[in-house]
Design a protein around this ligand. Structure first.
Ligand code: FNR
Length: 183
């Protein structure tokens, strides 16, 4: 049977490096893994008044997370933290009280930026939020990535120089998710 991973990209930008990274990375997964892109750009701004009457887009988000076996967060760093659009989505799917859909879903966290620390601080903030939501995150290997001209090849795949490293990460992630599901 298929293992379904919900992919959440923290950028809405059309030419997002993080979207490209997510697409390239998920091509390295084994055939029994299916990756579903989660749309977060059409969610309303979170408002606690709406908890009892969540918008259809919020319900769609929650259904997608609920039916996933695992999560993959690929996010840029904005002002040394996670983008507001990502936090907005996380907050929506954590509500109302007792009806969060996040708990127990194993998650990978990575990101790419043009800055030198390669989203390290955004990832650390995200791990903090996910810890509270009872989402276990894979700790190693860390993936702090900086865009350079050879990062992606012409077809949008990971360039040769980094391919083995990414395959190693994916193999470890797959094994770790399987462990969580079995346990
Ligand atoms: C950035 N960027 C950025 N980069 C970084 O390494 N650390 C940071 O704190 C920030 N802060 C920041 C704030 C805001 C509001 C923007 C728009 C951008 C630059 C960022 O790495 C760059 O825009 C990436 O291209 C964003 O990722 P996507 O959209 O290409 O996936």
């Amino acid at each position: 049977s298929q293992t379904v991973i919900a992919v959440i990209v923290g950028s809405l930008r059309k030419d997002s490096y993080n979207r490209k990274l997510a697409d390239a990375l998920t091509r390295l997964a084994p055939p029994e893994f299916t990756f579903k892109h989660i749309e977060i750009g059409d969610l309303p701004l979170y408002n606690q008044d709406d908890d009892a009457n969540q918008a259809p887009t919020v319900q769609r988000l929650k259904d997608a997370i609920r039916s996933a076996d695992g999560l993959l967060f690929v996010t840029p760093e904005y002002n040394r933290s996670i983008p507001g659009v990502l936090k907005n989505a996380i907050d929506h799917a954590s509500r109302p009280p007792g009806q969060s859909v996040w708990g127990g879903k194993p998650a990978g966290v990575l990101g790419i930026s043009i800055g030198q620390i390669g989203t390290a601080l955004a990832q650390q903030h995200l791990r903090n939020v996910l810890a509270f939501l009872d989402v276990p995150t894979i700790g190693q290997p860390e993936m702090f990535l900086q865009v350079n001209e050879n990062f992606f090849d012409a077809d949008g795949n990971i360039g040769q120089g980094s391919k083995a490293f990414f395959q190693g990460w994916m193999d470890r992630y797959v094994a770790w998710v399987k462990q969580h599901i079995a346990g």
